[in-house]
Ligand binder design. Sequence first.
Ligand code: PLP
Length: 439
Amino acid sequence: MSHVFPRHCHATLPTAVGGEGCYLIDQDGKRYFDGSGGAAVSCLGHSNPRVTEAIKAQADRLAFAHTGFFTSEPAEALADLLVANAPGDLDRVYFVSGGSEAVEAAIKLARQYHVERGEPERRHLIARRQSYHGNTLGALSAGGNALRRAQFAPILVEMSHIAPCYEYAERAADETPEAYGQRVANELEAEILRLGPNSVMAFIAEPVVGATLGAVPAVPGYFKRVREICDQYGVLLILDEVMCGMGRTGTLFAHEAEGISPDIVCIAKGLGAGYQPIGAMLCTDAIYRTLADGSGLFQHGHTYLGHPMATAAGLAVVQELLERDLVSQVKARGEYLAKALAARFGDHPHVGDLRGRGLFRGVEIVADRDTKRPFDPAFGVAGKIKKAAFAEGLICYPMPGTRDGKHGDHILLAPPFIATEAELDQLVAMLGRAVEAIP
Ligand code: PLP
């Protein structure tokens, strides 16, 4: 009997024993194409020699030095590299161990920033429905995933949730995409006014929504309007790029496509590419200065902040992305994958929508394509597709729709940036066979 407490108590899982390029290998030698990078993690694929060598070299030199006493060379170098390549005035990097921690740090930084500016009444965070920001209590409070929140609701912090920007499901037939984007962005203003403009500290959103909607970018103009509203009311804009950042959507930071500058950005997954647990929160110098010139202390910290081996891995990952120009490759391969998906599923009766940006793609599964009617949530269609795909040797990321039956299930694809066109063809073929297996 295994003594590991697994995610799914009744699943019998194969043992992963190796990774090679885009493939994971189990104890029987079966190979699985990593079509979702786990959950958009493995952007460089598996066994990248530069990253593994960097980790080994760092382990030999220095494994750990507490950030209460020391900084470290890899943390300094990675922060420099991120800032040099970040758009706008994101100037400071706070290293953590993953996405949830990055979001927790962002929420607390937003609060402390306002307190130190002399506006302690700013305490509300506004987020969006059908979003996911992590599983720790603060991040879960911000998230709008009803399923994941349900049983913890009584112990979550109260936060506001406005509509996501989800054109396929929610744009009215007589509305242009631009008008729809303005309408849902204006919900932010309405909520700020409802709460009291001087009581709101920040708004948080994913530039391209990952796990809860399946690679959904906002319509053009949405984020520009959001930025305007935040500026008007002194509300900080936090962008959660934990899933969509680090090149995944064809720009190093996902929000580059929106032409706006956030105040705080959270990254994780692709930053460590699965080689080490690492995340980061980037903020503007103005925010940092408020604390530096104020109390001088961010009231937040974890033992493993800026861990030398994690930052050494992150440094090697970002160097790989930049030096091999993998972000441009994401754009090209992303277009290739989009075309291949459209060719295979464009008129499939159970595929309602194909969307995404770069190598971050979503396939929305519906019972009726014309009416967009989802499958009954109890049927668990995404889980069935995941199972069939896994049997084929394809890893893809399924998400159930909302329990109220209004929004359907989807499959998220986030293959490694190094995937060849032939491998992407193979991915689409395997997914096609899995979708055909829907009973
Ligand atoms: N934010 C987003 C957008 C995510 O997709 C995730 C994880 O899927 C998180 C935060 C939480 O990250 P982690 O699982 O590393 O804590």
